[in-house]
Design a protein around this ligand. Sequence first.
Ligand SMILES: O=P(O)(O)OC[C@H]1O[C@](O)(CO)[C@@H](O)[C@@H]1O
Length: 272
Amino acid sequence: MNELKMFGMPIQFCEESQKLVPANDTIHYEDYSRKYSKGMFGLLADAAYKVEDNPYYDFYKAIVEDNTKEIFQSTDLRYDSTVIIEGTAGGEYKKTAGHFHMPIPGQSISYPELYQVIKGTALFVMQKVDDYRKEDGSMQVQDVILTKVEAGESVVIPPDYGHCTINIGAETMVFINLVSCHSTNYYDSVKRHAGMCCYAFRTPDGGFRIEKNPRYEFVCEPRLTAPTDSAVCGLEKNVPVYRSFLKDPQKYNYLNDPATAADAMFSLLKTL
Ligand SMILES: O=P(O)(O)OC[C@H]1O[C@](O)(CO)[C@@H](O)[C@@H]1O
């Protein structure tokens, strides 16, 4: 068992089962599910990939300790974790399905989302398109950001950016997210385009190579950004987001009311 220090609560990772194991019975989650390659058909670069039972990722929804439940309820935020199993399918690194967030009721923008990598190495793909609910024709990519994130580092997905997370390391990767309980996901357009606008393939030396998804129309090139600390967004390298949140829950109000931190969120996304 490996202690996951960045989790912020006593949770271990079991290499054998590839599962999260709470160290005591005060820790609970609302739901658990595992996705296999079959559930990723139609989202992979290799449309001919037919293995159905390659494990992709586990999702643990709304993880709380008994004594933090009320804080989460009073802030309308949720703390989840995703575990992406190491490996590839058709040479493409394993990833989450990818989605956009629906607009906040009464506003024209959607909820942002904060992620922190707990173990391993992730590549976050964030894409802004002309119309993410387009039902015909290609979505036009107006901005696409690729951010490599190591354990202890964090990123914020800004409002209106579709996103997915890719495990580009040689080990199973664990990350957490903090997100508004009111945020709902929209998948249809990503499915219609066979995934997000960029795929990441493993190279012979264990690195990664990006390929643009030809189903999208690009008016920009993918750009790279690096994770950055932010006092406004509550990001501090090697400090568990969970601990920072418990210390000052109000700081994360921007996840429900993004206009209050728009400048800070976008200043994190400076091209390298
Ligand atoms: O719904 P998808 O695209 O499979 O992705 C799952 C991801 O979405 C979240 O559930 C929350 O937005 C993440 O925790 C998780 O990584």
